[in-house]
Write a protein that binds this ligand. Sequence first.
Ligand code: DAH
Length: 354
Amino acid sequence: MLMEQELMTIKNNAVSLILDAGSEKELQEIKLQFLGKSGALTVALKEITKLPQESRPEIGKLANEVKKIIEESIENATQNFKSKKIEKIKKIDVTEPGIRPALGHLHLVTQAIEEITTIFEKIGFTRVSYPEIEYDWYAFEALNFPENHPARDDWETFFIDQTPDPKKGPILLTPHTSSGQIREMEKQVALQKQHGNDISIRMLNIAKTYRRQSDASHVPMFHQFETLVVGKDISITHLKGVLDYFVKSYFGESRKSRIRPYHFQFTEPSFETDVSCGVCNGKGCKLCKEGWLELGGAGMVHPNVLQNCGLDPKKYKGFASGWGVERVLTMKEGLKLDDIRMLYSNNIEFLEQF
Ligand code: DAH
């Protein structure tokens, strides 16, 4: 009867441990403890062989029952843990407040581009997009640049190492958005040939431009926005009107604009355009010195340029302007950038301020 008692104790211990187990892992350990190679029940079973022949069948039967109970209890408890896990997964409280994903924002240069676009679209300009990798014809030749102009030098412009086109010349990264003027006029002349309409252009070309420069106030890749207006009665007053409208819309109602004589190859007459300083209101201060800040170039489209695009300069006139996006952005009141390269440094702390 001793053996019988020992088996019952093993069974009771095992079952109470199984009921108390806190995890599937613990259940596995209990299994080893009782049913493993040197487990309590395994050892007891070996003892049966030492018993007198006649009591062996009965004890053997009991031992098998104990084994079965332990195995089944472990199996049940394991299943219990598994279904609890599933229940846990199922029980998601959908009314709980969620975790907000961190939202970024547009880069400040993109913001400026969008603002500029909206301003010009309001007065009927159409935004266009032309190649950044351009032929010399569009960037220089058709824009009336003489052959030996310094901008055509590879100290100033990035040239692509490829065989030049026999008609359009070397391939380069466009150093200004003025190349878009030629693309636009050529396109409109081709359309006119098809449809016979009069030519009327109000183009806004905002694009990346490239020059071989890098210091606190220059980056090798920057953005310009170019306007081109072509029609039969276009004059300097239109240019001044658009300049004034842009300055007031972008910088604020109180700001004034002015044009000064200058020289560009592709405009005649040519101007520098200025905006009154927002810090001193045009009186003169440390920032502007004489009350004005330089915005960029503009002028009446040169007759040679119109002609190069197949337009009759006696019939059509036009004005154009080309200003820097980064430039107008940093000129906006309150935005003082010591180093323009910060714009492209990918410094999150800097970018998050805007
Ligand atoms: N393309 C000139 C530059 O990058 C800027 C410019 C001047 C554009 C006069 C114009 C213009 O359209 O009329 O410096």
